[in-house]
Design a protein around this ligand. Structure first.
Ligand code: LMR
Length: 328
């Protein structure tokens, strides 16, 4: 019947644009660079938008743009200030232009595991660091962990000296650059969406990332193997424009911030499992994962840890101490 057809069309339209916004709803656009699903950030962004769209129906409406389809991580920071998007979650390695305090999170072998990262981000010091960019227009709503980082290259890496002479793609982080140089390699800063092509064509020889990024971006397919170094955390700042946040109706703001806080906790609790799944997915897809002996691991630690010293003044010794205290 006509009404069934009309119903069918309407539901098709609704599912093609699940966050179709109604008149009068405040639109919250969230732009990120990773896979839309099966990844800690992709999944967390979807859970956040589902909750906002259900619980704030009639008041707010969230649309998520994954896979760098809207902005990369450099552009998204400008877009937040311009009001082109309202939410983003770049890695904490990518805020060098706004604060040097987040260099803390890049210090190699700082956190012993993801639980330590959670304990730190929930501590007074961790929470205090959410607001260090307010003078330049940004407020952090929470930290989203994504996992520990692993190295991959076009040849086997078992000790840091295996990386000598190789070029590695890094995020826009001077700590990462210092780390690669300590290994005898050279570093090239590239946007996330360019990494696969750069590895494939040999513009760079290797990279460092989480299991979830290495699997969902298929980096393992164009690398000899992945070495389980767990050398650094990859975590994001769920970030918005301070002006936008402060301009919200207080009731709407409180509801939105509360949802964001709850989703942050749930998302962080799910990371370890997603990461282990994607580690296994790499192996199942024919990728090589290399584990380190305790002696090999010690070689990575002793090569990389000396870079801390270069960044202590930027970060503040008290922040480093608080992070170390989060290790059990
Ligand atoms: C990267 O650039 O490697 C990561 O920051 C990407 C991401 O958002 O996980």
């Amino acid at each position: 019947s006509a009404s069934l057809i009309a119903f069918g069309l309407a539901s098709t339209a609704a599912s093609a644009d699940p966050a179709g916004c109604d008149d009068g709803e405040m639109v919250i656009k969230f732009s990120h660079v990773v896979a839309a699903t099966g990844h800690p950030k992709g999944d967390a962004a979807n859970i956040l938008s589902e909750r906002v769209n259900k619980e704030m129906e009639g008041k707010a409406c969230m649309q998520v743009f994954a896979n760098s389809t809207l902005f990369d991580d450099d552009k998204v920071m400008e877009a937040l200030l311009l009001g082109d998007v309202q939410l983003a979650a770049p890695s904490l390695s990518k805020f060098e232009a706004y604060t040097l305090k987040y260099r803390l999170f890049d210090l190699p072998f700082l956190f012993q595991d993801l639980d330590a990262v959670s304990r730190f981000t929930q501590s007074d010091t961790g929470k205090g660091l959410l607001t260090v960019m307010e003078d330049v227009g940004y407020t952090g709503l929470g930290y989203w962990s994504s996992g520990l980082k692993q190295f991959s290259a076009d040849k086997p890496l078992l000790v840091p000296s295996d990386a000598s002479g190789l070029k590695f793609r890094i995020q826009t982080s001077d700590v990462a650059e210092a780390m690669i140089e300590a290994m005898g390699g050279s570093a090239q800063k590239l946007a996330f969406k360019e990494v696969y092509g750069a590895l494939q064509t040999g513009v760079v020889d290797g990279q460092e990332n989480t299991w979830s990024n290495i699997y969902t971006q298929k980096f393992f397919e164009v690398q000899d193997g992945v070495t389980e170094t767990n050398h650094q955390v990859l975590a994001y700042l769920l970030v918005t424009s301070t002006e936008w946040l402060n301009g919200l109706d207080p009731e709407i703001r409180d509801q939105f911030v509360k949802i964001a806080e709850e989703v942050t906790i749930a998302a962080n609790d799910a990371v370890a499992e997603t990461e282990m799944k994607n580690r296994q997915n790499i192996i199942d897809a024919g990728g090589t994962v290399r584990e380190l002996t305790p002696e090999q691991r010690e070689a990575w630690v002793s090569t990389m840890k000396p870079v801390w010293e270069k960044f202590t003044d930027d970060i503040g010794q008290e922040n480093i101490d608080a992070a170390m205290a989060a290790n059990a």
